[in-house]
Design a protein. Structure first.
Length: 100
């Protein structure tokens, strides 16, 4: 929501945009709080990556896959690669580049 606001969108519209784009109907983002709420009770965070560095993806935390063009046996048309130029970290986010 903060990032959307930083793009010049007011807080109410930013909340709605996040709800629409990421959660469909999200009670946590809905202004009247009477609609569907995200359940968190009984869950706990077991792993996270904040991407606090810049450069290649941390191989001790993430494993790249290489499909060798076989679509993992289910006829996928995409080709998975472990090339570092296709995935990297910058500005606090993981970047993944799809190349044709």
């Amino acid at each position: 929501i903060s990032w959307v606001e930083s793009q010049g969108i007011d807080k109410k519209k930013a909340k709605r945009r996040v709800a629409d784009e990421f959660f469909g109907e999200c009670g946590a983002c809905d202004e009247d709080k009477k609609r569907l709420a995200i359940e968190t009770e009984g869950y706990r965070l077991v792993w996270a990556d904040e991407f606090n560095s810049s450069g290649p993806v941390e191989s001790s935390r993430w494993e790249s896959v290489h499909s060798h063009g076989n679509g993992f046996g289910n006829h996928e048309l995409q080709f998975y690669t472990n090339r570092q130029k296709n995935a990297w970290i910058s500005d606090g986010t993981l970047k993944i580049r799809a190349v044709r």
